[in-house]
Design a protein around this ligand. Sequence first.
Ligand code: FPP
Length: 234
Amino acid sequence: MALVPQHIAIIMDGNGRWATSRGLPRTEGHRKGAETVTRILEAAQKRDIKYITLYAFSTENWKRPSEEVDTLLNLFRQYLKKDLSELEKKSVRIHFIGDRKRFPQDIQDEMNRLEKITFEHDKYHLILALSYSGRDELKRAVQKLITHVKDGILEPSDISEETIVEMLDTAGIPDPDLMIRTSGEQRISNFLLWQLAYAEMYFSPVYWPDFTAEELDKAIEAYASRDRRFGKIK
Ligand code: FPP
């Protein structure tokens, strides 16, 4: 396949609608959605996509009913302990972005452990956005910058795009080339606000639990046909 994006970021949307359209509780949609995660990560590696970022839980998602939040936390717990430990063996470096302090301690411990043991892997990178929102990330980056200025490490005039990038949760990770959102919604919804500046957008009508490798190929094909100019002219 020609011109494969180096980094794909995905808003995995439509779990709830997938479930309710089948008369099932929303939590079933999340369970099915977790299976899709495994399927799509395998497909992405086969297509040699080096970086994949998945929006799994936003800062706003904490406001959902506690039953749904608990199901999601249990899915993350299970996924981190089992499936991600498998990925560890496949040379995948695992990163977490977002405000992890809001998670129960055992989940935070598992995140720290996985980041530590995969630190030296460089073939593939999986970035999981958990308790993440772009505005919250920017707010935390500004707080870090102000602390550096207060401590005399930086002068306000030293602040450049590069210093801001260093303060983001995604420091060291290249910006996404392609952003995919499933379920037909056409919004960014507070995802990677800084990093998506020049990403190509692809909106799939398919609900996340039904998203397949073939649907991923459609997005990659659409990306390959786009003319990326980054504000310049050819
Ligand atoms: C959005 O669909 C999806 C979420 C808020 C959760 C995403 C979680 C998963 C895909 C499963 C677990 C993930 C991992 C990494 C193990 P929605 O609930 O907003 O759907 P709706 O818009 O149809 O209501």
